[in-house]
Design a protein around this ligand. Structure first.
Ligand SMILES: *Cc1c(COP(=O)(O)O)cnc(C)c1O
Length: 388
């Protein structure tokens, strides 16, 4: 296998070699104090990455979908009302999950490329009776970012729990769990947290844990029950061990290394780097005439770019970009699937990676006969990356 390629998809991403090496260390007993020290540190650091002081972290083996499932099944009981804000494929998935657990679901679906309207959400909340509101920080099918700060404020004002899917955003997009009052922020290891696939991660507010304790009915998913995991998470954080189901030991080594790297960079710097690199990449894409899916610049995510193929070109572009050494992703939103492509830019991404990707996209477009000013995307990106 040719290993010289750049993986620019919205997860899994290009992982740091130190994170990958951590996974190959000898597997410890999950009941050993040595492992408890590693897992405990990772749990404490997860809270720091989410900018939460008192939230309860949960790290369980599974993917991002499990994290979504876990948030809903623990906090919404059958018959309770949930307001789902959908900005694409994953918002719709959240609605499916809530329906599967027999919640009374209202969906506010944004047109493709738009964010769901918070005014419309407020009209529903005013009627009362909602247990929770959910949103997708960055919907990976559209590249639209939602104003999570405003959402938190709205949820607090109406006394409903807020559940935010941060799978394509956490540790890339600006997020402050305590300050913004978000009750559950959930993610998966393989996106901006920069750890191979296999971990579902979340931090749950004190208010949401209180709501969990007040449930009247048992949680309808055994493996995902907060109550079964809580003693385990608490024990590991205290450097002790406890068992409910076997943790993904080697993935937790990798998580520990990646979270330390993230905190060594610092959250403010990490947010700023993602924002700057996204702007450079996205304005580069603008400069060669490709239209992006988010309808306004403020809606563009810092972790992902979604761009329509130019006239006369389709998914064959992906192969041509791959031939240039960069892997990007196909469309995901069912309504526009074959009309656009997606480029993930998160994790340990550098300015060099942005320029490499723009260069590869330009050469691929040229090979397919698209006419544009050669170098325009790279030039625009460089203007943003070195303004003086
Ligand atoms: C990737 C993703 C998911 C699903 O995660 P899996 O790990 O594939 O289960 C959910 N929500 C968003 C926003 C995502 O980007």
């Amino acid at each position: 296998m040719d290993e010289k390629f750049l993986l620019m998809i919205p997860g899994p991403i290009d992982f740091d070699p130190a994170v990958l090496r951590a996974m190959s260390a000898k597997t410890l007993s999950h009941m050993s104090v040595e492992f408890a020290e590693i897992f405990g540190r990772a749990l404490k650091n997860l809270r720091k990455v989410f900018l939460s002081e008192k939230g309860q972290p949960f790290v369980v083996a599974g993917s991002g979908t499990l994290a979504m499932d876990m948030a809903i099944v623990n906090l919404v009981e059958p018959g309770e009302k949930v307001l789902v804000l959908s900005s694409g494929f994953f918002g719709d998935r959240m609605a499916d999950i809530a329906k599967r657990y027999q919640a009374d679901v209202t969906v506010i679906k944004a047109p493709i490329g738009e964010a769901p309207s918070l005014e419309e959400a407020e009209k529903h909340l005013k009627k009362g009776g909602f247990k929770a509101i959910t949103a997708t920080h960055v919907d990976t099918s559209t590249g639209v970012a939602v104003d999570v700060k405003a959402l938190g404020e709205l949820a607090q004002r109406y006394g409903v729990l807020s559940i935010v899917d941060g799978v394509c955003a956490t540790a890339g997009m600006e997020f402050r769990q305590d300050e913004w009052g978000i009750d559950v922020y959930l993610t998966a290891s393989q996106k901006a947290i920069a750890v191979p696939p296999g971990l579902a991660l979340m931090v749950v507010s004190e208010r949401a844990m209180e709501a969990y304790r007040k449930r009247r009915s048992p949680v309808l998913n055994y493996y995902a029950d907060f109550g079964l995991w809580l003693p385990v998470m608490e024990a590991y954080e205290e450097g002790k061990v406890a068992y409910f189901a076997t943790p993904a030991v080697n993935l937790i080594y990798a998580l520990d290394v990646s979270l330390q790297q993230i905190l060594a960079e610092g959250m403010e710097k990490r947010f700023a780097r993602h924002r700057l690199l996204a702007q450079a990449f996205q304005e580069g894409i603008d400069a060669i005439g490709l239209k992006q899916v988010p309808v306004r610049k403020e809606l563009r995510a810092w972790t992902l770019t979604t761009a329509y193929y130019p006239e006369g070109i389709g998914p064959e572009l992906l192969k041509a970009i791959k031939a240039e050494g960069v892997i990007v992703a196909a469309g995901l939103h069912p309504e526009i699937k074959d009309k656009y492509f997606r480029v993930g830019h998160m994790g340990t991404l550098t300015a060099g990676d942005v320029l490499t990707t723009l260069g590869a996209i330009e050469r691929a477009l040229a090979s397919l006969g698209y006419r544009f000013e050669k170098g325009a995307s790279v030039k625009r990106a460089q203007e943003i990356l070195c303004p003086t």
